[in-house]
Design a protein around this ligand. Structure first.
Ligand code: DSN
Length: 414
C-alpha cells in the first residue's frame, strides 16, 4: 500500500484503521468473511478499467479477449461447483440479482410468497417499502412462534390459498437447515417457480455440508461474499429454460457494464471453493456454530429455534434484560462485532430490537475452533451481564486482542 500511503495519506489512514479493527477484533456478523489474498489481488486489478456490456462473444465494445475469457472461466467454475445448468455471473450484488430474477420471470403485480423480514427473510423478499413489496403482490409467510421454525404444512396451505407465481426460499436470520424438497413439492402442487436465495448458506452448500437446492429449484441466487468467501457480488443459477429471461433481465434489463474485476474475483473464489480444503472449512463453520450455541445455552441465552444447524445463531436477549442495540454497542467496545436483530414476533422495533444475530464463517476462516467458541460464549456472557462494568470490559477487550493476535487475517499485515 506504499503508493496509496504516499498519494492519499488520508484515505490510507482510514484503511489502516479498518485493517487494525479487522485484525484485533472478533468478527461474528454471519454474512461477513475474509477473502484470500488472491481474491484481493484480482479485485484490485486492471480488470476494473474495462467496459464489457453484453455477454462473452456478444459484447457491445471492442477489446474483450480477456474479459470474455475470465467471465467464461467464472461461469464454468460456478456450474461445476453447484451443478447448475446456466449461470449469470454479472449481478453486482444480492439485491440487484433478486430484482433481476423477479424482473425476468414475473410481471408487475404477480403474487409471490416470501418469508417476512422480521422472521428471517430479506428486504428483497417482499418488504412493503422495498421495490419487491411495491412491484409485486408479496404474501409473507412466517416461522412458528413456539419453535422458531418454518412449518411446511402451513406454507403449503398458504400457497394453495394465494396461488403464487413464485415462492422465495432462503433466509438471512434462520438458524435451521431448509428443506428444499418440501418447498419443491409445494411449488409443484401450486405450479409456482421455485426460487432459492442461498446467499447465507452458499459456502456450506458448495462444501457439501448442507443440502444443495440447485438440482431441484428453477432459479437459485447467491451472493458471493458471505460463506462462499469471495468478492462482494452475486450470481444467478437457473434451469436452461429460464436462461434467456434471466440474462436479458440482468443486461440490459437492469444493469449496464458488468464489473469485470469483480467477475474475475468470482472466478478465483469458485476455484478456491472447488478445492478439498473448502469442504473442511464448510463443515467446521457448522461445528463451530453448534459448539458456540451449546455454550451459549449453558449461560442461559435463549436461542431462536433452540440452536443452529447452519452458520448462524439468533439470540432473544429478553431474559438477559439488555436490548439488541445496547448489546451490539457494548460488544463493539470490546472488539466483538455482531448485529442487533429482530427476533420472530418481536415486540420491539427493528432499530432497537430484542435480539442479536451472530455466526461463525469469518472466525472459522481465521482458524478459530471449538476452544475459541467457548471463549466467545464466556465473553458474551460476561459483557452482556455487566455492560456498564468498565473493569470487565477492559479485561475482555485485552483478552479478545490477545486471542486475535494468534490468528492472522488474510491480506492484513500491519
Ligand atoms: N446484509 C445481509 C446480511 O447481513 O444478512 C443481507 O443482505
Amino acid at each position: 500500500m506504499a503508493t496509496l500511503e504516499q498519494e492519499d495519506p488520508q484515505a490510507y489512514e482510514i484503511l489502516n484503521g479498518e485493517m487494525r479493527r479487522q485484525l484485533e477484533g472478533i468478527e461474528l456478523i454471519p454474512s461477513e468473511n475474509y477473502v484470500s489474498e488472491a481474491i484481493l489481488e484480482i479485485m484490485g486489478s486492471i480488470f476494473t478499467n474495462k467496459y464489457s456490456e453484453g455477454y462473452p462473444g456478444k459484447r457491445y465494445y471492442g477489446g474483450q479477449e480477456f474479459t470474455d475469457k475470465i467471465e467464461n472461466l467464472a461461469i464454468e467454475r460456478a456450474k461445476e461447483l453447484f451443478g447448475a445448468e446456466h449461470v449469470n455471473v454479472q449481478p453486482y450484488s444480492g439485491s440487484p440479482a433478486n430484482a433481476a430474477v423477479y424482473f425476468g420471470l414475473l410481471n408487475y403485480g404477480d403474487t409471490v410468497m416470501g418469508l417476512k423480514l422480521d422472521h428471517g427473510g430479506h428486504i428483497t423478499h417482499g418488504l412493503p417499502i422495498s421495490f419487491s413489496g411495491k412491484s409485486y403482490k408479496f404474501v409473507q409467510y412466517e416461522v412458528e412462534k413456539e419453535t422458531g421454525r418454518l412449518n411446511y404444512d402451513k406454507i403449503r396451505e398458504l400457497a394453495r390459498q394465494c396461488k403464487p407465481k413464485m415462492i422465495v426460499c432462503g433466509y438471512t436470520a434462520y438458524p435451521p437447515e431448509v428443506d428444499w424438497k418440501a418447498f419443491r413439492s409445494i411449488c409443484d402442487e401450486v405450479n409456482a417457480i421455485a426460487f432459492a436465495d442461498i446467499s447465507h448458506t452458499a459456502g456450506m452448500i458448495a462444501g457439501g455440508a448442507l443440502q444443495n437446492p440447485v438440482p431441484y429449484f428453477d432459479v437459485v441466487m447467491t451472493t458471493t461474499h458471505k460463506t462462499l468467501r469471495g468478492p462482494r457480488g452475486a450470481i444467478i443459477m437457473c434451469k436452461e429454460k429460464y436462461a434467456k429471461d434471466i440474462d436479458r433481465a440482468v443486461f440490459p434489463g437492469l444493469q449496464g457494464g458488468p464489473h469485470e474485476h469483480q467477475i474475475a474475483a468470482k472466478a478465483v473464489c469458485f476455484k478456491e471453493a472447488l478445492e478439498p480444503g473448502f469442504k473442511e472449512y464448510a463443515e467446521q463453520i457448522i461445528k463451530n456454530a453448534k459448539a458456540l450455541a451449546e455454550e451459549l445455552k449453558k449461560y442461559g441465552f435463549t436461542l431462536i429455534s433452540g440452536g443452529t444447524e447452519t452458520h448462524l445463531i439468533l439470540i432473544d436477549l429478553t431474559n438477559k434484560n439488555i436490548p439488541g442495540k445496547e448489546a451490539q454497542a457494548v460488544l463493539d467496545q470490546v472488539g466483538i462485532t455482531l448485529n442487533k436483530n429482530t427476533v420472530p414476533f418481536d415486540p420491539r422495533s427493528p432499530f432497537d430490537p430484542s435480539g442479536i444475530r451472530l455466526g461463525t464463517p469469518a472466525v472459522t476462516t481465521r482458524g478459530f475452533r471449538e476452544p475459541e467458541m467457548k471463549l466467545i460464549a464466556k465473553w458474551l456472557n460476561e459483557v452482556l451481564s455487566a455492560p456498564k462494568d468498565e473493569t470487565v470490559l477492559k479485561r475482555v477487550k485485552e483478552e479478545v486482542v490477545a486471542t486475535c493476535k494468534k490468528f492472522p487475517v488474510p491480506g492484513i499485515k500491519i
